[in-house]
Design a binder for this molecule. Structure first.
Ligand code: E4P
Length: 268
């Protein structure tokens, strides 16, 4: 499974790349807001720094409009502003949904994705909550789709009337309440959303890669790897959690306490 780091924090990106485990970066407006607050740099220079660290691995940058013309223009602007031979920019386009069912003007994401695909600008279609949204995005020409596993889990736990922390583990096979499986139109968990999405795209041999997004904890990463997710985009805190185990910590402490002086001398 490829691992992307889901952050716009430059120090986190640097550290994760230095570990040699990162295949790409995903950002969104909320992650950029957090990073810019912390580092207080001009955004253009800041993004260029991220791109330099990421090299040729894909870095997703999101547009901010929901209207067709602006969406397309913003995508082209972002791409032209930052794309060079030394990097690999991917434009993130939310699969948008009209609040009002009569309003079809806000269903333009697919049209924009299609236009960008024809212009050979790679797209990561984001805010995906159902496999069928992914199917449409793939048909329109998206290079990546990002199903939001964690946000689906949050929603299912809420529907089940559960109190939870966002970092809690959510069962990959769903939650049973009084013998009834809580689901969202047949989706029983975030991992299930990713699995169904990937199965659907592979059945019809789309080249679109699935990025499991909105990842909440290490166990969810394991389950994503076990179902064969193409890519998981993982927050830095979850990468840390993946490394940690209390018995590893305890074991290391015991080994350190047992180091005899002769052993230390070997390294002098
Ligand atoms: C990445 O592409 C998504 O924007 C990100 O994973 C969303 O995560 P969140 O649900 O924790 O905000």
């Amino acid at each position: 499974m490829k691992i992307y780091v889901d952050t716009a924090d430059i120090e986190e990106i640097k550290t994760a790349f230095a570990w040699g485990i990162v295949d790409g970066v995903t950002t969104n407006p909320s992650l950029i807001k957090k990073a810019v607050k912390k580092y207080k740099k001009g955004l253009k220079e800041y993004i260029k720094e991220i791109l330099k660290i990421a090299g040729k691995t894909p870095v997703s940058l999101e547009i901010i409009s929901v209207k067709e013309k602006e969406m397309y223009e913003q995508a082209v602007t972002l791409y032209e502003m930052f794309s060079t031979k030394e990097n690999n920019i991917v434009i993130k386009i939310p699969i948008n949904i009209a609040e009002d069912k009569e309003d079809t003007t806000h269903y333009d994401a697919l049209k924009v994705i299609n236009k960008l695909a024809k212009k050979k600008i790679p797209v990561n279609c984001t805010l995906i909550m159902t496999p069928e949204q992914s199917l449409l995005a793939a048909k329109a020409g998206a290079s990546y789709v990002s199903p939001f596993a964690g946000r689906i889990d949050d929603d299912l736990r809420k529907r089940a009337g559960r109190e939870f922390e966002k970092t809690d583990y959510h069962e990959a096979d769903g939650i049973m309440i009084e013998d009834v499986l809580v689901h969202d139109k047949g989706i029983v968990s975030g991992v299930d959303l990713v699995e169904q999405t990937q199965h659907m795209l592979r059945t019809y041999k789309y080249n679109t890669q699935v990025i499991a997004a909105s990842v909440r904890n290490a166990r969810q990463v394991r389950e994503l790897a076990l179902i064969g997710a193409d890519i998981a985009t993982i927050p830095f805190s979850v990468l840390n959690e993946m490394i940690h185990h209390h018995k590893t910590f305890e074991g290391l402490k015991a080994f350190t306490n047992d180091i005899v002086p002769e052993y230390e001398k070997l390294f002098e």
